[in-house]
Design a protein around this ligand. Structure first.
Ligand code: GAR
Length: 196
């Protein structure tokens, strides 16, 4: 099978990015990660990309007066990378509608909750885990879904549940969920690329 190209978007630590890259190196996924796009020059994900010779592109909507320039830049980068799959891994900016339309069903995201719960604008990272604890939920988990024009509302591809324990803090719950994210995301990517 032809090796496919993945482009990852990440804003933060990049542990999911790393899990995907390691899976690609071990050939657990039939793809190479050609580039990382980040809006955050201080992202740990960028450091990892540099250390591993993965092309990096730092591009943020806040660097542009309006969305036209930003969209054009993303189009140029993605056009040159020719991704078979675009993977959002802790990317906190919205993907512009033009890009979503251009790469329909080729952009996926991972979210640290059981969508549709705790999804939408403003729901990300530790905020989600804090709310799960405050609401006394007995389970949480992570969801991989297609990216559409609306935040966190695209069709769900896969979900994994984890229990919420009585003595959990947002941090202990986040760690349990993240462990599952690192297992789930490479599996989903492998499945999608093997069936495309
Ligand atoms: C992950 O838990 C991911 O699910 C979440 O950000 C974290 C990034 O961690 N994404 C969202 O909340 C998106 N709405 P990482 O940088 O270590 O992969």
């Amino acid at each position: 099978m032809k090796t496919k190209n993945i482009v990852v978007f990440a804003s933060g630590t990049g542990s999911n990015f790393k899990a995907l890259h390691q899976a690609a190196l071990k050939r657990e996924i039939p793809a190479r990660i050609t580039a990382l796009i980040s809006d955050n020059p201080d992202a740990g994900a960028l450091r990892y990309a540099r250390e591993h010779g993965i092309r990096e592109h730092i591009v943020s909507p806040t660097d542009y007066e309006d969305s036209t320039g930003y969209v054009q830049k993303l189009r140029e980068i993605l056009g040159s990378e020719s991704p078979d799959l675009i993977v959002l891994a802790g990317y906190l900016k919205k993907i512009p509608n033009e890009i979503v339309d251009l790469y329909k069903r080729r952009i996926i995201n991972i979210h640290p909750a059981l969508l549709p719960k705790y999804g939408g604008k403003g729901w990300y990272g530790m905020r989600v885990h804090r709310a799960v604890i405050e609401n006394g939920d007995q389970e949480s988990g992570c969801t991989v879904h297609y990216v559409t024009r609306v935040y966190d509302e695209g069709p769900v591809i896969a979900q994994v549940k984890v229990p919420v324990r009585k003595d959990d803090t947002a941090e202990t719950l986040a760690a349990r969920v993240l462990k599952q994210e690192h297992l789930l995301y490479p599996k989903v990517v492998r499945f999608l690329l093997s069936h495309s």
